[in-house]
Ligand binder design. Structure first.
Ligand SMILES: Nc1ncnc2c1ncn2[C@@H]1O[C@H](COP(=O)(O)OP(=O)(O)OP(=O)(O)O)[C@@H](O)[C@H]1O
Ligand SMILES: Cc1ncc(COP(=O)(O)O)c(N)n1
Length: 280
C-alpha cells in the first residue's frame, strides 16, 4: 500500500468571490473541498464586505488577475474539477470562459450566482446574458437556484411540475446537465431539487430542514459536487453525494451573527468526536 503522502491527491479549483463573513463564496468552497477530502485551490474574482445581514461593498479584481490565479494553479498543480461562483461582470465571465476552453476543461460546475439570499444583486445585468451565451454551454453541471432558474428560463416556479419544465428549458442553453435547486421554494419543495441531463429527469428529495441558517447553501452544494467529480464520481452520483453533504451541513448549521448563519461544514468532525456539552 502507498504511504498516505504519495497517494494521488484530487484537486478542485473554485473561481468565486470572497465573503468576509465566511459563510458563502471562496470560504465555503474551500471548507467544503477539505471536508470532502479534496485539496482546494482558488481564483478570487472579487472581495465582498459581507456579514449574515448584508453585502456592504464589493471590490472586483481585473480579469487579468483572475486568469493569472487560474493559470498559476493550472501550470503547476493542475485540477480535476472546477466550480464557478460569483463572477461579477461580463469581462470576468468572458476571461473565465476562454481559460476553460484553453485548458479543455471537462469537469466544470457552473453555479450561476446572481442575487444573495439577503437580496443583494451580486452580478451586473449584462453579465447574465454573457453567462448564458459564453460560460453555461461549457458546463458539465449547471446549478441555478429557484430565482436564477426563473431568470434563465423566463418562466416562474411554484410547483414540482414547474421545476421539471424549467430544468428541460434551461438544458437548452447548452450545459450537459442542469440541477434546479429548491432551497428557495416553500413547503415540501424546499429540500427538493430536479436533475436533467437531456435524457434522465430525476427528482432528488430531502426533507426540509427547519433552520433559518441557510447562508451559503448553494456555494456549498456546487463545491461538494466539484469535489465529488474530482474524486472521479460520475455527474449524477456526484450530485447525490453532494446533496447528502449539504443536507447534513444544514442539520449542523451555525447560529452566528444576527441574520441567517452559515451551514456547518465541519459536521464530519462533530460526528467523529463530539465536543463536551457547554456548561453555564
Ligand atoms: N431548508 C432546507 N432544507 C433542506 N434542504 C435545503 C434547505 N435549503 C436549501 N436546501 C438545499 O440546499 C441546496 C442549495 O439550494 P438553494 O436553493 O438554497 O441554493 P442557493 O439559493 O443557490 O443557495 P445560496 O443561499 O448559497 O444562494 C439544495 O440542494 C436545496 O434543496
Ligand atoms: C461571495 C459570495 N458568493 C456567493 C454568495 C451567495 O450566497 P448566499 O445566497 O447564501 O448569500 C454570496 N452571498 N457571496
Amino acid at each position: 500500500m502507498l504511504p498516505l503522502t504519495y497517494r494521488p491527491v484530487p484537486v478542485a479549483l473554485t473561481i468565486a468571490g470572497s465573503d468576509s463573513g465566511g459563510g458563502a463564496g471562496i470560504q465555503a468552497d474551500l471548507r467544503t473541498f477539505a471536508f470532502n477530502q479534496v485539496h482546494g485551490t482558488s481564483a478570487i474574482t472579487c472581495v465582498t464586505a459581507q456579514n449574515t445581514m448584508a453585502v456592504t461593498r464589493v471590490d472586483v479584481l481585473s480579469p487579468e488577475a483572475v486568469i493569472a490565479q487560474i493559470e498559476a494553479v493550472a501550470e503547476d498543480i493542475g485540477f480535476d474539477a472546477v466550480k464557478t461562483g460569483m463572477l461579477p461582470n461580463a469581462e470576468i465571465i468572458l476571461a473565465v470562459a476562454q481559460t476553460v476552453q484553453k485548458n479543455n476543461l471537462q469537469t466544470l460546475v457552473v453555479d450561476p450566482v446572481m442575487v444573495s439570499r439577503a437580496g443583494a444583486r451580486l452580478i451586473d445585468e449584462d453579465a447574465i446574458s454573457t453567462l448564458k451565451t459564453h460560460l453555461i454551454p461549457h458546463a458539465l453541471i449547471l446549478t441555478p437556484n429557484r430565482y436564477e432558474a426563473e431568470i434563465l428560463s423566463d418562466q416562474s416556479i411554484e410547483t414540482l411540475q414547474d421545476m421539471k419544465a424549467v430544468a428541460i428549458a434551461i438544458h437548452q442553453l447548452g450545459s450537459q446537465s442542469v440541477l434546479i435547486k429548491g432551497g428557495g421554494c416553500t413547503g415540501d419543495l424546499q429540500g427538493t431539487d430536479v436533475w436533467f441531463d437531456g435524457q434522465q429527469l430525476e427528482v432528488l428529495k430531502a426533507d426540509p430542514v427547519p433552520t433559518p441558517n441557510t447562508h451559503g447553501t448553494g456555494c456549498t452544494l456546487s463545491a461538494a459536487i466539484a469535489a465529488q467529480l474530482a474524486l472521479s464520481q460520475p455527474p449524477l452520483n456526484a450530485v447525490k453525494a453532494a446533496k447528502d453533504y449539504i443536507t447534513q451541513a444544514l442539520h449542523h448549521a451555525l447560529q452566528i451573527g444576527q441574520g441567517p448563519g452559515p451551514v456547518g461544514h465541519w459536521f464530519p468532525l462533530i460526528q467523529a468526536a463530539p465536543l463536551p456539552p457547554v456548561t453555564e
